[in-house]
Structures are given as C-alpha cells and as structure tokens.
Ligand binder design. Structure first.
Ligand code: HEM
Ligand SMILES: [Cu+2]
Length: 492
C-alpha cells in the first residue's frame, strides 16, 4: 500500500479515536448524572432524565462501534489494501447522524430511548411534534447507512482477496480439509462482523422506516410485534458486534507482544462460525416476556443465548493464555488492558447467561440486573480494549510513553468499574427496575455508590483521553515500514 494511503488511514483512525474517547467521557458524565438523580442527590426532571438516558445509550453504543471500527480498519489494512475514503465516508455519516440525534434530543425533546421501539416514536411525535422524532430516526438511519457502506466495501475487498466470505471465514479448512492455518484472525473477525452487522442494520433500517412512515402518515400502520423483532435483531447484533470488532486488538497486540503468531487453527475458525450463526439467531431473548411470540422462537433464543458468545470467548481466552504462557510478553498498558478486558468480557457474559433463562428472565429482565450485565462487558470489555488500543496506536504511531500515572489510571478504572457494575447487579437483586427516573428510598443507596464509582471512572477516562491526545503529535509522520512491517516484530 502506498505511504500516503497508509498515512490517511492512520489519520482517520487517530481522529475517530479522539472522537470516541472525548464522547465517551461526556457520556460517562451523563451516566453519573442519571445515578445522582436516581439516588436523590441531584434532582432533574423526569423528562430530562429520559433525554439523558437516550443520549447516553445511543452515544455509548455509537462510540463503542466507532472505536471498534477504528481497530478493525487499522489492523485489517495490514493484510489487505483498503481505500481510506470509505472509512472517512463512514466517519462523516456517523458525525452527521450524531448531530441530528443531539438536535433531536436537546433541541426538540426527543426522549424515547436508543431502542426507538415502534410505535413509541409516533406517540412522542404526537406529544412533542414530529421534528424531534424524525431527526432522531433519520440520524440513526444515516449512521446505519455509513456502516453499511463500510461493510459492503469490506465484503467486496475480502471476496476479491480470499475468493468469498466463506473462504475468509475459513470454510476451506473446516469443510474441505485444507491443511495449515486459516486467514489472519483480523480477517476472520471482520468477515463475521460484516455478515452479522449487515443483517442487523438492514433489520434496523426497516424498523426505522416503519416509524418514519407512520409518523409522516399515521394511516400507514405496521405490526408492532414485527417491528420489535426487527428492532431487537438490530440492537442485539449491533451492540454485540462492537466486541467482535474490538477483540481484533487482543489478537494483534498479544501476538506482537509475545512474538508468537496468533494462528487461526480449526477450533478458532469453527468458533467464529458458530458465533456468527448464534449472534443472528438469539435476539429473541429480548422477547422472552412477549407471550405472543411462538414458543419455539423463545426456546431458540434461550438455548442459543447460552452458546452465543461462548465459542469465541473460549477460543480467545484460551488462545490468549496459551500465547502468553512461558512467553517473554512485555506487560505494558496495551497488553495489560487486553488481558483485563478479556476478563471483563467473560465476567460480563455470566449475568447475561443467567438472565437468558426464561424463568429468571421473567423476574430479572426489567431490573438493573440487565444494565449490570452489559456495563460489565461493554465497559470492562469493549471500552477497555479501545483504551488499550489507543495506547498501542499512540505508542506505535505517535509519541506516547507509559508512566506510573497510566498504571494508576488502569487500576482505578477497573476497580471502580467493578464497583459500578456491582452496584447495578445489586440493585437488580433488590428488584430496582431499569429505566426509572425516580427510585424508591430503599434503592437509592446502590445508586449513590454507583455514582461515586462513576466519578472515579471518569477521572481515569480523562487521564487516558488527555494523555492520548497529547501523544498524537507524530501520527502520519513516521515511515510505514518502521511501524507496520511485520505483525510479528519484537517489542523488546
Ligand atoms: C461512568 C460510567 C457509566 C455510568 C455511571 C453509567 C450509568 C448508566 C445509568 C445510570 C444507566 C441507566 C440505568 C437504568 O436503566 O436505570 C445507564 C444505561 C446505559 N448505559 Fe451506561 N454508564 C456508564 C458507562 C457506560 C458504557 C461504557 C456504556 C457502553 C459502552 C454504557 C451503555 C449504556 C447503555 C446502552 C444504557 C441503556 C440505556 C437505556 O436503557 O436505554 N454505559 N448507564
Ligand atoms: Cu441481546
């Protein structure tokens, strides 16, 4: 790849990481505001609470995806040639989407939550005017289109290089007995995300269009149950895919730091194939309380939810332990973050598995147990991988050097994030419902503990972010061969 093309890719990655980390800190502040309100420390109106909740949910999922895409794009461009313009198109459409969403929420009082469940947006269009609802729905639609453009482009590139998405998922090795190792882990993971997320986004776009049409002309109505299927297929898959993009950093960074290649052996390939399939199948675990859904769908949702992330999680955790075992791995910010993030991911899956059990779900699903689960795997998994990658990227392409301050920030981040999710899970246990602006007195204690933890998390995130931005000076100046010659260059 030409030097200029690589430079542009690096600049794009650097820019999206800056956006990701700054927005992340802002969204965390909104998170603490919600907890302070639920804990009766600061009072905001319920209407304001739901606006804040909507922007927190949308913003967090959005930036987890943006950060994940930066990771995917950066490493994938080591193996295949990529046109940086496509990355910028996605970035630009994402930013336009974000501006529309922010205007909808803070300019026009849209507050239906990031899941925009039909016909909620139509109701709020009647209450508060069409503009807010339409801006929000179009904002999400534009964001989705940006991702589709990127995924379709990547699909075309992978098909050209590997001869088909089946091949880049390793089918030659699984079904046709081809010997040796499959495509690089980054390629396998990208293929999975292309398949799953394109389906998810198309489902989401359909649901968005239904809402938009219904708002513009209420004579057109749609089946709310079908819309719920489409919406949760989208929400589940899109949120899940953030980790399948971010995990590429685990493979790449650990192989570089240990000087051992991360090989796509048969178990690894099979695991990624299973997770591709399961991720598409199991969104019905969000519908376990809907008695109108056919029983067999719920059973599929339940059974395969247990198995969903498991294959990839197991091969990743096992692979990481094996690659590190008796290696001379250098423990610095990036490698420790990757390692801790893997535990965050695994730990976050446990409460989900419990919640995906139908009997438990009827009791737990609308409690804070659920935010407890996804804050674990998002905050301590995906976001930790993104922070770790930010450091790695900066060290490789910019000028950041590790200090004792960083170590302090890492431990602060993980200790207090454990406290935050602990407070959510505990609140779930004592039956505090999720998404309630006002809490009963017996629940406020857990909210206050959560808010305190949140403040420390923000302090750590601020340190990561400012140090990252300060270290970015050299990006694009270093020569490519000094940075990306071989994935296995030694770091010592
Ligand atoms: C300082 C860190 C954070 C704090 C204090 C925080 C706080 C909160 C609170 C209080 C809620 C509402 C809970 C309820 O239903 O009552 C919430 C919801 C949510 N948070 Fe966070 N959060 C943090 C970090 C994150 C991160 C890192 C992510 C993902 C990358 C995230 C994603 C979400 C999502 C998707 C929702 C659901 C919104 C909804 O129910 O519509 N949060 N958070
Ligand atoms: Cu789900």
């Amino acid at each position: 790849m030409s030097n200029n093309a690589r430079k542009s890719i690096k600049k794009g990655v650097a820019f999206s990481l800056v956006v990701t980390s700054v927005v992340l800190v802002l969204m965390m502040i909104f998170g603490v505001i919600m907890l302070l309100n639920q804990g009766n420390v600061v009072k905001i109106s319920p209407e304001m609470f739901y606006k804040v909740m909507t922007i927190h949910g949308t913003g967090m999922i959005g930036i987890a995806s943006l950060g994940g895409s930066a990771i995917m794009w950066y490493f994938l461009s080591k193996y295949i040639q990529l046109n940086h313009k496509v990355f910028f198109v996605n970035l630009a459409l994402s930013l336009i989407g974000v501006v529309l969403i922010l205007t909808a929420i803070f300019g026009f009082n849209f507050s239906d939550g990031w899941t925009f469940l039909y016909p909620l947006p139509s109701f709020s269009a009647k209450f508060k005017g069409m503009t807010g609802a339409l801006l929000f729905l179009f904002g999400l639609l534009i964001l989705g289109v940006g991702y589709l453009v990127m995924y379709f482009y990547l699909a075309a590139r992978l098909i050209k290089e590997y001869g088909g998405l089946g091949k880049s998922l390793g089918w030659d090795y699984i079904f046709r007995g081809k010997q040796g190792y499959g495509p690089p882990a980054a390629v396998v993971a990208t293929t999975m995300v292309i398949i799953a997320n394109s389906v998810g986004i198309l489902a989401g776009a359909t649901a968005l269009m239904e809402s938009i049409i219904n708002i513009i002309n209420p004579d057109f109505t749609f089946d709310p149950m079908l819309a719920k299927h489409l919406t949760y297929a989208f929400g589940h898959i899109f949120a899940n895919c953030t980790i399948y993009m971010a995990v590429i950093a685990v493979y790449e960074i650990l192989q570089e730091y240990t000087g051992r290649p991360w090989k796509s052996n048969k178990a690894f390939l099979i695991a990624w194939n299973f997770s591709t399939l399961f991720t598409l199948m199991i969104y019905t675990h969000h519908l376990l309380m809907d008695f109108a859904v056919p029983r067999w769908m719920l059973i599929i949702g339940q059974v395969f939810s247990y198995a969903n992330g498991l294959p990839v999680m197991v091969v990743t955790a096992y692979g990481a332990l094996m690659i590190i075992f008796r290696s001379s791995v250098k423990w610095d910010f990036a490698s420790s973050m990757m390692f801790l993030a893997m535990f965050g991911w695994v730990a976050g899956a446990v409460p989900a598995i419990i919640d995906a059990t139908i009997v438990v779900n009827h009791v737990m699903h609308n409690t804070k147990w659920v935010p407890g689960h996804f804050h674990t795997y998002m905050g301590m998994g995906v976001i930790a991988m993104i922070f770790g990658f930010m450091y790695y990227f900066n060290k490789t392409e910019g000028s950041q050097k590790q200090t004792g301050f960083d170590k302090l920030a890492i431990s602060t981040y993980f200790i207090f994030f454990t406290g935050l999710v602990g407070s959510f899970l505990y609140a779930g246990k004592i039956s505090a419902p999720r998404r309630w602006a006002v809490h009963l007195p017996e629940w406020t204690g857990s909210d206050q503990v959560g808010a305190l933890c949140g403040i420390f998390i923000i302090a750590a995130a601020l340190i990561f972010t400012t140090r990252f931005i300060m270290g970015l000076r050299n990006v694009g100046k270093k020569t490519p061969d000094n940075t990306l010659s071989s994935p296995l260059k030694s770091v010592s």
